[in-house]
Design a protein around this ligand. Structure first.
Ligand SMILES: [Zn+2]
Ligand SMILES: [Zn+2]
Length: 144
């Protein structure tokens, strides 16, 4: 074996060792994140939001299923996801809201506050809240 060959082999060993170490470090980090229940996303949801989401999913398995179907359909490009809230017309991060979980792909795209409003209207059914939502929905498109 020439001197160069020996050097090349040594270098290759070193590279393999470093790659293995880097992969191992990444795996360790991913496992650590998973163990803490954290998401490897930069905009991870807060603890309380995640806990709330989890409680909601456990209490509403049919809703959870419907949401999964919606987001899968959006990713697959089968249903469009608008940029603006159907309630207030603002460009915000939107939630797919179901009026009926039996129709999982029929959603209204609402921002957080309109979504909360929609649910409180559905839950307590007070006429005033329903009206508020109807007004918001009607004012959509007027740049409000
Ligand atoms: Zn809204
Ligand atoms: Zn909803």
């Amino acid at each position: 074996m020439t001197r160069e060959e020996r050097q090349v082999r040594k270098l290759a060993r070193e590279v393999r060792r470093r790659v293995a170490a880097a992969v191992e470090a990444q795996l360790r980090e991913a496992r650590g994140l998973a163990a803490r229940g954290a998401r490897a996303k930069p905009f991870a949801l807060s603890e309380s939001t995640r806990a709330g989401n989890l409680r909601w999913r456990r209490a509403h398995p049919e809703g959870s299923r419907a949401h999964k179907q919606v987001y899968a359909a959006v990713r697959a490009g089968r249903i469009p996801r608008p940029d603006r809230c159907e309630g207030c017309g603002l460009e915000k991060r939107l939630h797919g809201h179901h009026e009926d979980y039996a129709k999982p792909l029929q959603v209204r795209w609402l921002c957080g506050s309109c979504h909360r409003l929609a649910h409180s209207a559905l839950c307590d059914g007070t006429a005033q809240r329903r009206e508020t939502l109807a007004v918001r929905t009607a004012s959509r498109g007027e740049g409000v």
